[in-house]
Design a protein around this ligand. Structure first.
Ligand SMILES: C[S@@+](CC[C@H](N)C(=O)[O-])C[C@H]1O[C@@H](n2cnc3c(N)ncnc32)[C@H](O)[C@@H]1O
Length: 291
């Protein structure tokens, strides 16, 4: 470490310059501020009020190793171990995908589409729950809901269970493979939601190193030959596990909107809507089960 002093303002400048070898200046600066606040509760305002604030030796080491990880492209959410989603805090580690803003749009759409008059319990299933971000946000925001969340990864489910407790929600977790279910799920749901793996191998070239090197590949990728495999299995499951007038909500690959609409129709769901996300990409599908 060649930091000129233990003054926070010097540390900030020094490490920001280091990070600029990998990130642009704004991004580097934002990351430094996140680390200072997360580890030492030092905010921008505090720095302005106390310009001579210093870090201890052990604090400097903590900071140094966090920046070292950033230089290796490790996402800052994994370094600090948490992220925000739909105004809630979620713990994350390398066993779960970092929740994305487009997924929070999906959740908000589901919440906003619910009728406030619904008295009966809403049974909801989230397939491929990861950190539990969708399931837990829905449980928090939809009164009278009973939420179930399924994932193939036991390690992801551990994270999701912790997040449910931390956010004071009661979600039932199921360890299973949606492509080959072992549990006999004898429930008809009002809502089935899923953000399954949907990135084709051929799209890897478009992805940033921080995603490719650090996020779980079983949460992201599907084969080029059968990119809709998860949706096909979920639609098949929904035929027998979704109530009349129930809804399926999917996050989808932005390049496969038309194929998704055709697939839903092939499985007998003719009432299909596709929505664009805030980037103008076709990303959210809503399917209504009607007779
Ligand atoms: C794209 S991530 C979505 C995570 C989280 N729902 C979110 O939106 O951030 C897909 C999730 O599906 C899970 N998954 C992958 N294959 C699965 C399978 N065959 N059955 C059930 N879950 C699976 C992964 O473990 C991962 O947590």
């Amino acid at each position: 470490m060649k930091v000129p002093s233990n003054l926070v303002r010097d540390i900030r400048k020094y490490y920001c310059e280091q990070l600029c070898s990998v990130y642009d200046n704004d991004e580097a600066n934002a990351m430094i501020l996140i680390l200072l606040e997360h580890y030492f509760n030092i905010t921008r305002i505090k720095m302005a009020l106390e310009p001579d604030m210093r870090l201890s030796e052990s604090e400097m080491l903590t900071f140094h190793f966090a920046v070292k990880d950033l230089l290796k492209n490790k996402p800052i959410q994994y370094i600090i171990g948490e992220t925000e989603f739909c105004d809630l805090k979620f713990k994350v580690n390398e066993n779960v995908l970092i929740p994305r803003p487009e997924t929070s749009e999906l959740v908000m759409k589901i919440i906003n589409s619910q009728q406030p008059t619904a008295n009966s319990q809403q049974l909801i299933l989230d397939i491929g729950t990861g950190s539990g971000c969708i399931a837990i946000s829905l449980a928090k925001q939809i009164p009278n809901s009973k939420v179930y969340a399924l994932d193939i990864s036991e390690k992801a489910l551990e994270v999701a269970k912790g997040n449910a407790i931390n956010n004071d929600t009661d979600v039932t977790f199921i360890h299973d493979d949606i492509l080959n279910l072992k549990n006999n799920i004898e429930i008809e749901f009002d809502i089935i939601v899923s953000n399954p793996p949907y990135v084709r191998e051929l799209e890897k070239a478009e992805m940033r190193d921080n995603v490719l090197d650090w996020e779980p590949h079983n949460a992201l990728f599907v084969s080029d030959n059968d990119p809709l495999i998860f949706y096909r299995n979920i639609l098949e499951f929904a035929k027998s596990h979704l109530k009349e007038n129930g809804e399926i909500w999917f996050e989808i690959n932005e390049y496969l909107g038309k194929e998704m609409a055709d697939l839903c129709k092939e499985y007998g769901f003719s009432d299909v809507e596709i929505f664009k996300d805030f980037r103008g990409k076709e990303r959210i599908v809503k399917v209504n089960k009607t007779t």
